[in-house]
Design a protein around this ligand. Structure first.
Ligand code: URA
Length: 178
C-alpha cells in the first residue's frame, strides 16, 4: 500500500460521509504507536486523531504515566474515517482499513504498540475476547509487542476506576521498553 494515497481512499462507504481521512501523525520512527478506534466529529473537522475530549484525557494519562509528550509518539486509528453519528465501526470497515494500519506499522516500525479500546485491541492483537478481559495483557502484532487499554471515552463515562485501570495498563509498557 502506498501511504501517500491514504488521504484519497474510497475503499469503504465511510468515504461518502467523512470530511477528511484522519491519517495520524508522529515521528517517522516512533518508540510508541498509539492506535484508537476511529475519528469523531472533532477529528473529522480538525484532521488529527484524538484532539477532542477523550483524546485530551488519553494524552494526559500517557504523559503522566510514561512521560511522553504527544509529539514523541505516533498516533492514529484502526479506522481512518469518521463513522456517521460516531457509531462503532463495522467489522467490514475495520477489515478494509486494516491494510492501511498494517502499512503504517510496516513503514514506521514502532518499538511498541498501544491499542486504545476494544476495536483497536481486536484489530491489532486479534483478540476474540472483549477489552475487559484483554486490557493490560502484553501481546504481539507480528513482531511488535504491545498492550491494550480501555478507550478514554469509557473513562469519561465510567469514572475514576477506569482511569486507574488505564494508568496500570500504560505502566505495562514500561516492561516492554517504553
Ligand atoms: N476516539 C478515537 O478512537 N479516536 C479518535 O481519534 C478520537 C476519538
Amino acid at each position: 500500500m502506498d501511504l501517500s494515497e491514504l488521504p484519497f481512499c474510497q475503499a469503504c462507504g465511510l468515504s461518502a460521509t467523512r470530511q477528511r481521512v484522519v491519517v495520524g501523525s508522529g515521528p517517522a520512527a516512533p518508540g510508541l504507536m498509539v492506535v484508537g478506534e476511529a475519528p469523531g466529529r472533532t477529528e473529522d473537522e480538525g484532521g488529527e486523531p484524538f484532539i477532542g475530549r477523550s483524546g485530551q484525557l488519553l494524552v494526559r494519562l500517557i504523559f503522566e504515566e510514561l512521560g511522553l509528550e504527544r509529539a514523541q509518539y505516533f498516533i492514529t486509528n484502526a479506522v481512518k474515517c469518521r463513522p456517521p453519528q460516531n457509531r462503532t465501526p463495522r467489522v467490514g470497515e475495520v477489515a478494509t482499513c486494516h491494510a492501511w494500519l498494517e502499512a503504517q506499522i510496516a513503514t514506521h516500525r514502532p518499538a511498541v504498540l498501544l491499542a486504545v479500546g476494544n476495536v483497536a485491541a481486536k484489530a491489532i492483537f486479534g483478540f476474540e475476547e472483549g477489552i475487559s478481559r484483554t486490557h493490560g495483557r502484553p501481546s504481539n502484532c507480528g513482531e511488535v509487542p504491545g498492550v491494550a487499554t480501555y478507550h478514554p471515552a469509557a473513562a469519561l463515562r465510567g469514572g475514576p476506576n477506569v482511569v486507574d485501570v488505564m494508568r496500570a495498563d500504560l505502566r505495562v509498557l514500561h516492561s516492554l521498553g517504553v
